[in-house]
Design a protein around this ligand. Structure first.
Ligand code: DC
Length: 223
């Protein structure tokens, strides 16, 4: 496989990260979970008492506690400064606050710069909301993954149960719908399908079927 860039965007819980990880592993590419970066800043804001809309304060946090990834056998570990926050960034309080933080222009500028830097070698699978439109507009392959809110809530519910996080199904569904709305209606880089992205609706598909479908798309593009 050539050293191409693969951008995977889509709404919350559409399966982006699971699929992106498998593709990166199969192609021996680097995987970058950009949502984890927005979650990491949000975690910092909540623990360091910085307001979720304090742009300058949030950027200062990122400068003081840089977000880094470490690859491990168990998956990607996330750090802010020296502190590991892999589990903390998945907790409900972070999830509920992340859309507000990720709507701040200065935060996006800072993280997009970091993401572009991580991608400059190519051989990358990056997932998020604005990868195909803003972060890697030249990506050779752009996928936009969607699924019904009902199915995404079911997937997240199962995932949470496995991680020992308790949440009510209806609450989860509402939270996903709310995050969809906020992420799609923010002013800066809203969640939107890039013109040259290929839409894959994963409702009713299992992970392996989605991976196969994306591999087919990549092959059809001649890579
Ligand atoms: O993919 P995720 O659910 O972990 O992402 C968490 C939040 O981060 C999501 O609600 C919107 C924001 N995000 C973003 O604005 N841009 C990205 N490229 C990735 C995530």
């Amino acid at each position: 496989m050539e050293n191409i860039s693969i951008a995977i965007d889509g709404p919350a819980s559409s399966g982006k990260s699971t699929v992106a990880k498998i593709l990166a592993n199969d192609f021996q590419f680097i995987y970058v979970d950009t949502g984890a970066m927005y979650r990491a800043v949000t975690y910092l804001a909540l623990t360091q008492n910085v307001a979720l809309n304090d742009e300058a304060g949030l950027v200062a946090l990122l400068e003081k506690f840089p977000v880094r990834f470490k690859q491990a056998a168990t998956g990607q570990r996330v750090f802010v400064g020296e502190q590991e926050v892999t589990k903390e960034i998945r907790q409900n309080d972070v999830t509920a606050a992340v859309s507000e933080v990720s709507a701040q222009k200065a935060v996006r500028e800072k993280l997009v710069e970091l993401q572009q830097d991580l991608a400059k070698t190519g051989g990358i699978v990056m997932d998020g909301r604005d990868i195909g439109t803003t972060v890697l507009p030249e990506a050779e392959v752009k996928i936009f993954l969607v699924a019904s809110v009902e199915e995404r809530a079911q997937r997240r519910y199962k995932e949470n149960q496995e991680k020992g996080i308790t949440t009510e199904f209806e609450t989860l569904k509402e939270a996903i719908a709310k995050r969809d709305y906020l992420d799609s209606h923010r002013e800066v880089s809203p969640l939107v399908q890039a013109q040259d992205a290929i839409l894959v609706d994963t409702t009713g598909m299992n992970i392996q079927q989605v991976v196969s479908k994306i591999k087919e798309i990549i092959a059809q593009k001649g890579y």
